[in-house]
Design a protein. Structure first.
Length: 71
């Protein structure tokens, strides 16, 4: 089995389970996990930049948060 076969099987697996994947990404649990991860990344980015881009980082964090979870 080559890499192309593995990629194709992965695509098929995703396509066959699209509804389950979508439900999982928009669940309460995903919301909590994503909030923790996004808060950590935003906090790290703010620390590294000395807070210089805090508003922009917060905006990106909020946009990404809208795509994952249920809020």
């Amino acid at each position: 089995m080559g890499l192309d076969d593995i990629v194709e099987k992965g695509k098929d697996l995703i396509e066959d389970n699209k509804e389950k994947i979508d439900a999982a990404l928009h669940s309460e649990q995903a919301e909590g996990v994503s909030d923790n991860i996004l808060d950590g990344i935003a906090g790290f980015a703010n620390k590294v930049t000395g807070g210089k881009f805090e508003e922009q980082i917060g905006g990106v964090r909020d946009n990404v948060d809208k795509a994952v979870g249920n809020e």
